[in-house]
Design a protein around this ligand. Structure first.
Ligand code: ADP
Ligand code: MG
Length: 374
């Protein structure tokens, strides 16, 4: 499938290294399948009994176990981060089953956090270094929250356990009362993220595998004031969302039972179901113009622009190389391939100030002309 050059929705695959336990001799199942990667193509040969089946998928790029976070950053977020400082929204989310490497990709390994930081910290670092060489005044603020059981929980303010998601006709989706921290250096950002992560662990030590059912979102808001003779000429603003999604394993189980929309509750993650559902509709050209149920969940309300609007979006689908999880891996690749059909168109966010200033400039110039005629 050829992807539209203009599309702002890119899909990448990351195959993580085989873990020690997956290398064990008892893991016979993985020996009967093969996984081959070539730049943007992945070929999985599945062998069951005497039957051989090939699955071939093409994406914007496939990263193998040898690629480190920094390399992945350079090929995914790096090309769009300049746009983020220039008023273009962007979103990067990691999708995949539990254990596939989502947190490692977005946040980094908790043990080697500083040695191999994830995409979130790399993005912040890059934003800082670029903003330093920009002659305009740039403000960078972060919010860090999770969606757990359809509740938006502020990870940087323990008192805010249920943030409201509000749709503002002018500003888009707003998280009412979420704490925002202005950050001036990488270290402070990294410290806030670590603090937020620790709140998650404390809050859910009792809940069984709760961390695999929550979506963790880092929101970076950027405002750039460009000055013209000490008068603010325009305000350019943008948002970058970096998202570590909940494990997708329950979703495929649900869909295979043919009840994607109707099953809710306890173990089924409503937000992830809604996300898959929106992707299914947006990527299906036969459903063009069809109603997209963004309002079905908190996650899709927050990601509305990232999925079907004015945002450069990157999906990193994480998979395990252990073909012990072949069914789940194929499900992930199937969704990722579907998402690749989504086409987003982006435009720069410039505040009204610019419009007012140019209006005033026009008035001044016409007054000048009138004076010249006098
Ligand atoms: P998920 O967030 O998708 O549940 P994790 O990111 O926690 O998965 O990864 C599961 C395990 O695999 C962790 O022990 C992690 O350290 C390891 N891992 C994941 N990706 C990589 C990688 N690219 N290189 C080395 N180890 C990895
Ligand atoms: Mg995780």
């Amino acid at each position: 499938m050829n992807k539209d050059e203009e599309s702002a929705f890119k899909v990448f695959i990351r195959v993580r290294p085989l873990l020690d336990r997956e290398n064990s001799p008892q893991n016979n199942k993985s020996r009967s399948h093969k996984l081959k990667i070539h730049d943007s193509t992945i070929l999985i040969t599945e062998k069951r009994w005497n039957h051989k089946k090939n699955h071939c998928y093409t994406f914007d790029r496939i990263f193998s176990e040898n690629h480190r976070n920094n390399h992945i950053y350079q090929e995914t977020l790096y090309p769009i981060i300049g746009g983020v400082l220039n008023g273009f929204n962007a979103t990067c989310f990691a999708y995949g089953m539990t254990g596939a490497g989502k947190t490692f990709t977005m946040i980094g390994d908790p043990c080697t956090h500083t040695r191999d930081p994830g995409l979130s910290l790399l993005a912040i670092e890059d934003l800082f270094s670029r903003s330093k060489s920009d002659k305009n005044h740039i403000t960078i603020k972060i919010s860090y929250f999770e969606i757990y059981n359809e509740k938006v929980i502020d990870l940087l303010n323990e008192k805010s356990r249920n943030i409201l998601v509000i749709e503002d006709p002018l500003k888009g989706t707003i998280l009412s009362g979420i704490s925002e921290y202005q950050i001036d250096d990488n270290q402070y950002a990294s410290q806030l993220i670590q603090e937020g992560d620790s709140k998650r662990v404390i809050a859910y030590t009792d809940a069984n595998h709760a961390s695999t059912r929550s979506h963790v979102i880092l929101q970076i808001s950027i405002e750039k004031n460009s000055n013209f003779r000490n008068v603010i000429e325009e305000i350019i603003y943008s948002k970058l969302f970096l998202i570590d999604l909940a494990g997708s394993e329950k979703i495929s189980a649900t869909e295979s039972r043919g009840a994607l929309r109707s099953i809710e509750g306890g173990n089924i993650n409503r937000s992830l179901l809604a996300l898959v559902n929106c992707i299914n509709i947006l990527s299906d050209s036969r459903k063009k113009g069809k109603f997209v149920p963004y309002r079905d969940s908190k996650l899709t309300r927050i990601l509305k622009e990232a999925l079907g609007g004015n945002t450069k979006t990157i999906m990193i689908a994480c998979i395990s190389p252990s073909l012990h999880y072949i069914d789940e891996t194929l499900n992930t690749l199937k969704y990722a391939e579907r998402a690749r059909k989504i086409i987003n168109k982006t435009s720069q966010n410039i505040s009204e100030v610019e419009a007012h200033v140019s209006e005033y400039k026009e008035i001044i110039s016409s007054l000048r002309q009138e004076i010249e005629f006098l």
